[in-house]
Design a binder for this molecule. Structure first.
Ligand code: SF4
Length: 763
């Protein structure tokens, strides 16, 4: 069947007939037919490597790579099924336009689609100014694509505002690290999971959310204490040696109380605190207000529990603290993350094997987004507000410094508020599903319909967000394009093209290039002529920054090395401190120092952590103790809504809004078929429901139907719902952390009741 239609113009014909020009070759030039190549997985931030087995140059299967320093021959179900969602028969294979709101979509050529894009966005800009157009992006596309999108939108098209769905998962960790360490710098390497004698997991169901990281924990030969702080008795809690089932959002109080206990018991590393930190005395005075009685009253834990936890941490020689969404998605997430950092600093648990205050990232390229999306931070780990940074970036890109905004973008929630206020009227959404995943989803959907012009760029035509679009652009997915991802431990890994995208779908990179041409600013991106050329542009921008990767030669170097952790300045990792100057994120080599450019390190030498020298990239080289009084939850439970709704990952086989994973029969079979909510036996009895009953869960924002699962994994007064179902965010409460503007998905007031027979009868 021909991929061309009669009305396709010359550009579309060129795309289809000379796909190699757009990176779409049937057989990627660097691959020989019938062999195996390696590529980093495109789901979560673990960054596992997959061996991709090819037949006639096309991927036919994957298996986990054995000799890769991340996954060591393991993969979770999503990794094993990485190819299946790409092969779905309902992929978006041509641009689609909607001529009127609520009307049908119809396919058009790329020429028409690009013209629509430019006309729609320019019309908004002409009527309301450039700031009336914005973009929402993702942690799922490659670093090169993020960089190109951010540069195109802001420097080429004049947009002031763009944000990513990383706001929903990692913004809290970014702000916490920047304020405490001077740079967004997760300090760890995965080898730390295996080197600790105490592993403290805060708000992290690691065994389900990051199963391969959990496998690394289980390889730890030191018989570690595995401590879980979580209101739920999760799969991880069940496997831990200690579980503290604290009240939801009481973690900040507990962490301050632990600091008080540790100080009282003499577990402060006074030399480290004196030489490498600032603000400890004020912190020590502050935590006096958290005696054990207060901690127990607010957390629901017993005094013996709090003391046992303090003793465990104090006795550990190599204590690592790990956190993820239970902390980040909170109304006080930044201060909670910083309380974890405070504990690591005061006990000297940082910069050594098996230690660290370690934020685990969510999406496969959330870390790439943090450094290169050009949203909160200027490209390459720079600051929009710093004139020297703007001048450096402008010079490196050969652009007028005047086109670089002097402030960061509005955050995701502020962009949506802008729609409500009528100041943002044109929106370009790339590889994210706002209408499903945004907090208080009903409002978000209504706002999308208020836009004058909405463009959605995705793999499939049927996402909840695509249903609101005026224009849908067909994007290539994982395995259909090349580029890099940066994983949780700062490892830059290579993603390869091992399949041809279906129909006229294009890699996001090439869509951005075509839009640049159609907008009239293509010349600005002449140097970004391929993903690898774009990588070189972005790499060179990092010179002298804590995330300096100027020592990476190119894609071949990444492939040979098995990924490379930043920093990796020219001359190799050992050149880090010299290259970065005072305040740099120093790197400690593992077994052997990595070689310089063109001399790739052995895989074991690529296991590196930050701050081994006790120097932090702040102005004085010291880490900061940061703290603040805990605040009450924004929507407390009451007599009308007596249950606290907790949300989280449902299973290892589901990924976020399930746009991809539900297209795999294998992954779908591994997950519950219907939305279920976990309810305690006491609350189930009070509500008159049993396991398997259909129930209605109501919040002040709406109601949903689900199936009850009566279980003691949740405490009385709590209800748990997986985040993957389109209905869950009907219930969540719209509040963000004041510093990171990350939504507080983890707490809302709800009630539950049986579904009435008449409701079932009426559908
Ligand atoms: Fe992919 Fe994450 Fe699973 Fe590894 S753990 S295979 S990176 S989804």
């Amino acid at each position: 069947m021909s991929l061309l239609r009669a009305d396709d113009g010359p550009l579309t014909r060129e795309l289809v007939r000379r796909p190699g020009r757009f990176g779409l070759g049937q057989v990627p030039a660097r691959l020989a037919p019938d062999r195996t190549t390696r590529s980093v997985c495109g789901f979560c931030s673990t960054g596992c490597s997959l061996d991709v087995h090819l037949r006639n140059g096309e991927a036919v299967n994957v298996t986990p790579t054995v000799e890769y320093p991340v996954n060591l021959g393991m993969a979770c179900p999503k990794g094993w099924e990485a190819l299946t969602p790409m092969q779905a028969p309902d992929r978006l294979t041509a641009p689609l336009v909607r001529d009127q709101r609520g009307g049908p979509l119809r396919p058009v050529s790329w020429e028409v689609a690009l013209q629509r894009f430019v006309t729609g966005m320019r019309r908004v800009q002409a009527a309301h100014g450039p700031a009336a157009t914005a973009f929402l992006s993702t942690g799922q596309i490659t670093t090169e694509e993020m960089g190109l999108l951010g540069a195109l939108a802001k420097f080429g098209m004049g947009m002031l505002h763009g944000d990513g769905n990383t706001r929903q998962c990692m913004a809290t960790a970014v702000v916490a690290y920047k304020q405490a360490f001077g740079f967004d710098a997760p300090p760890y390497t995965y080898a730390d999971f295996e080197a600790s004698d105490v592993i403290v997991l805060v708000g992290s169901n690691l065994a389900v959310a990051h199963p391969i990281m959990w496998e690394r924990v289980t390889r730890n030969p030191h018989d570690p204490e595995i401590v879980v702080l979580d209101p739920r008795h999760t799969e991880t809690a069940a496997a831990a040696t200690q579980h503290y089932a604290l009240a939801p959002k009481s973690d900040l109080t507990l962490l301050y109380g632990l600091a008080r206990e540790l100080i009282a018991r003499g577990h402060v590393d006074e030399r480290f605190v004196r030489d490498h930190t600032t603000g400890f005395d004020e912190f020590a005075r502050f935590v006096r207000a958290f005696p054990i009685e207060r901690v127990c009253a607010e957390t629901g834990l017993g005094e013996d529990e709090v003391r046992r936890l303090a003793v465990t941490i104090g006795a550990g020689e190599r204590v690592s603290f790990w956190w993820t969404m239970g902390v980040n998605q909170s109304h006080q997430g930044v201060r909670t993350a910083q309380a974890i950092i405070d504990l690591a600093l005061m006990t000297g648990n940082i910069g050594r094997p098996g230690t660290g205050a370690n934020s685990i990232t969510g999406q496969c390229n959330a870390m790439g987004s943090r450094l290169f999306a050009n949203t909160t931070s200027l490209l390459g780990g720079h600051e929009f507000g710093d004139p020297e940074h703007r001048a450096k970036v402008a010079a490196a890109l050969g652009i007028d410094p005047g086109v670089i905004p002097t402030e960061p973008s509005l955050a995701y929630d502020q962009i949506l508020e802008g729609i409500a206020a009528g100041t943002i009227r044109g929106l370009w959404i790339i590889a994210t599903n706002t209408a499903h995943s945004w907090i208080n989803q009903t409002d978000a959907r209504e706002l999308l319909d208020r836009l004058d012009f909405l463009v959605v760029q995705d793999l499939y035509p049927d996402t909840e967000t695509g249903a609101h679009a005026d224009l849908l652009l067909p994007a290539a997915g994982w395995g259909e394009k090349e580029g890099t991802f940066i994983n949780s431990e700062r490892r830059v890994g290579l993603v390869k093209q091992v399949k041809r995208p279906p129909g006229q779908a294009l890699a996001d990179f090439w869509i951005f290039k075509l839009i640049a041409e159609a907008w009239g600013c293509g010349e600005m991106f002449a140097r970004w002529e391929s993903p690898e050329a774009a990588f070189a542009v972005l790499r060179d921008l990092t010179a002298g920054r804590p995330c300096d990767i100027t020592g990476i030669d190119g894609y071949g170097h990444l492939d040979r090395a098995g990924g490379i952790q930043w920093p990796y300045p020219r001359g190799g990792a050992g050149a880090g401190a010299a290259a970065n100057g005072a305040g740099a994120a120093g790197a400690s080599a593992g077994a052997g120092e990595p070689g310089g450019a063109g001399k790739p390190p052995a895989p074991d030498a690529a296991e590196r952590r930050l701050f081994a020298d006790g120097r932090f990239p702040t102005s004085d080289g010291r880490a900061r103790f940061l703290f603040e009084d805990p605040r009450p939850v924004p929507e407390p439970t009451d007599a009308g809504y007596p249950l606290a709704l907790l949300t989280g990952r449902g299973s290892t086989s589901q990924w976020h809004t399930e746009t991809r994973t539900r297209r795999s029969p294998v992954l779908a079979a591994l997950a519950p078929r219907r939305l279920h909510v976990e309810i305690s036996p006491a609350d189930a009895a009070a509500a008159g429901v049993a396991t398997g009953d259909e129930v209605v869960v109501e919040s002040r924002r709406g109601s949903i139907r689900a199936v009850a699962q009566v279980t003691s994994t949740v405490q009385p007064g709590h209800l748990f719902a997986p985040m993957h179902d389109p209905a869950t965010n009907v219930l969540t409460f719209p509040r963000v952390d004041p510093y990171s503007r990350q939504p507080a998905y983890k707490h809302a007031a709800v009630r539950v009741r049986p579904l009435h027979p008449w409701e079932r009868a009426n559908g």
